[in-house]
Design a binder for this molecule. Structure first.
Ligand SMILES: NC(=O)c1ccc[n+]([C@@H]2O[C@H](COP(=O)([O-])OP(=O)(O)OC[C@H]3O[C@@H](n4cnc5c(N)ncnc54)[C@H](OP(=O)(O)O)[C@@H]3O)[C@@H](O)[C@H]2O)c1
Length: 243
């Protein structure tokens, strides 16, 4: 049976690769914010892989945009099988002695408030889904301490806690898991990491390289398929952080 899958931030990077991987026979709801052309390309690729693509634009850094996305999904679909909360950003690097309220709000609105709101509002649709699950995209930054990304790390740490709380609350009907990527080569780093910083990340990683979006997409696919997993966060980071 084909699945209805909502992927937030599916225009580029991890979300786009996940859309391509999950495309065959499924309805992929490709959410984007500013990258319309890239999202259209992903939609074309989804169709080429035998899936159905549905494009929707929304700014998830505010309540109106987040609720608008849910309204679109509710008007187009009578059930949701998978919600992948992937949209997110570090926004900008900032040293701890220069933290500002506005920046903290901005980062938490996008990486946490929108995910909590979207998850909450999608519960009725997920309850009608087939083996439904939610997958949140966390980050290695919430585990190992990330200098100049402390706000971002804190927002992802809160998201990780939300994942476990929600997993217990929604069990046994809806599974909730997360993936915590290490350093993955996507447009995310074009904005916040220099070439030198990316090389240092790779050098510090036991596998001596940064990851690709497919490494995260494959973990997401695994979590969708393994119906005995809930409340789990899978680390995919080439050994950069080991517990
Ligand atoms: N890359 C890494 O090393 C890494 C590591 C750990 C965790 N992550 C997490 O992985 C997730 C995906 O990131 P990525 O690496 O694939 O980066 P990316 O290529 O920059 O993708 C980010 C996605 O989020 C969307 N987005 C950004 N701001 C938004 C807003 N205000 N409203 C709605 N959507 C918005 C973007 O949409 P538009 O482009 O259409 O605006 C884009 O589709 C994020 O949650 C990120 O925190 C990434």
């Amino acid at each position: 049976m084909s699945k209805n899958i909502l992927i937030t931030g599916a225009s580029t990077g991890i979300g786009a690769e996940t859309a391509r991987l999950l495309a065959p026979e499924n309805n992929i709801i490709i959410h984007y914010n500013s990258s319309e052309d890239a999202a259209k390309t992903v939609a074309k690729e989804v169709k080429e892989r035998g899936g159905h693509a549905h494009l929707v634009q929304a700014d998830l850094s505010n309540e109106t945009g987040t609720k608008g996305l849910v309204q679109f999904v509710t008007s187009e679909f009578d059930r949701l099988d998978v919600l992948i909360n992937n949209a997110g950003s570090l926004i900008e690097r900032r040293e701890a002695r220069e933290l500002e309220w506005e920046l903290m709000e901005q980062i938490f609105r996008l990486n946490l408030f929108s995910v909590m709101t979207l998850s909450s509002l999608c519960i009725p649709l997920l309850e009608k889904g087939n083996g439904p699950s939610i997958i949140n995209i966390s980050s290695i930054a919430m585990r190992h301490g990330a200098p100049t990304a402390t706000i971002y790390g804190a927002s992802k740490g809160a998201l990780d806690s939300f994942t476990r709380g929600l997993a217990k609350e929604l069990a046994p009907d809806i599974r909730v898991n997360a993936v915590a990527p290490g350093v993955i080569e996507t447009p995310f780093h074009d904005r916040v990491s220099t070439k030198e910083r990316m090389e240092t990340f790779a050098e510090s990683t036991p596998l001596k390289r940064n990851g690709k979006p497919i490494h995260i997409a494959a973990a997401i696919q695994f979590l969708i398929e393994n119906d005995f997993m809930t409340g789990e966060t899978i680390d995919v980071n080439g050994g950069l952080f080991m517990q």
